[in-house]
Design a protein. Structure first.
Length: 319
């Protein structure tokens, strides 16, 4: 009897494998930075794997080396003193398609060797996830300055629980308050595939995974973009703990409502548009684009008195 059951099971799997290969359109099998360099996180959706090394293949093959906390950055000695500045953002901060040492945060670090410049960028994050990331990591780093880098697609990221094939948390506004939704974040097909690569070689297994996700995963939702309230919440969180908060927009100033909102709340901001970017997916900054952004940020820091004349002498282009 057991042998008969075993034979039938083999036949069912074999027929399922053939049938799915012939008649079912499965998700395209590809590897992105989230499945190659990141791991599942129940609060954030995805987070970089701690102390991981991998190759991210997009326009170029880029070597990714994460520190022991998971960020694409070196480990920082938090006991040595000195000033520190943390940058939050998405793939523009993470450094999509550029070497780590060519990112704008690395340029700033080279210019300010006595500072700790923390790169906390995570590819694909919206303002909502960056707010949660800030709350999770600020107590460890307690940076003197927190800089949030905002890109145009953040508004889309903030408006959904499912982005680029991955589930994520989101916020809704309820009676003037930010209410977190969508946690714990469900595991998506891509993370299941990354977790069980051998099993997912089978089209039958992949078909079962697709069916399981369609039956058991939550529906995709669309909500109001709360980018500006989230920025205000981040500003409040940082300043009440004694640090400075700044916002850097990657795009040109094209929204009076946006800038008026920030000015009414005394939130300082800077626009750093540049045409030095790839004309491919995401239109991310080239190495020259990162250098341009670094110069603009350093210039603003100097004008605010946060870096000195002695520092300025090291960077002649700011004169």
């Amino acid at each position: 009897m057991l042998k008969l059951i075993f034979v039938w099971a083999i036949l069912i799997v074999a027929m399922g494998e053939i049938g799915i290969r012939l008649f079912v359109d499965l998700p395209i099998d590809y590897v992105d930075e989230k499945s190659a360099c990141y791991r599942y996180d129940p609060t954030l959706g995805w987070f970089p794997r701690e102390a991981a090394d991998c190759i991210h293949s997009a326009k170029f093959d880029t070597e990714i080396n994460n520190n022991t906390d998971g960020f694409r950055d070196r480990d920082h000695d938090l006991t040595r003193g000195g000033s520190s500045m943390a940058f939050l953002g998405d793939s523009f901060v993470w450094g999509y398609d550029v070497k780590a040492e060519k990112r704008f945060t690395s340029v700033i670090q080279a210019f300010l060797p006595d500072w700790s410049i923390l790169n906390m960028g995570v590819s694909g994050y919206g303002t909502d996830q960056e707010y949660l990331l800030l709350q999770g990591w600020y107590p460890k780093y307690t940076p003197d300055i927190v800089v949030l880098v905002v890109h145009t697609n953040d508004s889309i990221d903030n408006s959904t629980n499912f982005r680029d094939n991955y589930y994520k948390p989101y916020f809704e506004g309820v009676e003037g308050h930010l209410v977190l939704k969508g946690t714990p974040v469900p595991k998506c097909y891509r993370f299941q595939q990354a977790q069980h690569p051998f099993a997912f070689r089978s089209h039958f297994v992949r078909g079962l995974a697709v069916l399981y996700n369609r039956i058991n995963k939550p529906e995709r939702v669309t909500v109001t973009d709360l980018k500006l309230p989230l920025i205000a919440a981040m500003n409040h969180y940082v300043t009440e703990r004694g640090s400075l908060f700044r916002v850097v927009f990657t795009y040109r100033n094209d929204s009076l409502d946006e800038t008026s909102y920030l000015e009414e709340r005394n939130i300082r901001y800077l626009h750093v548009p540049t045409d030095l970017k790839f004309e491919d997916y995401g239109q991310h900054w080239t190495e020259e684009g990162h250098a341009s952004v670094a110069a603009k940020i350093l210039e603003r820091l100097y004008r605010e008195g946060l870096i000195t004349d002695g520092d300025l002498e090291k960077y002649p282009s700011l004169n």
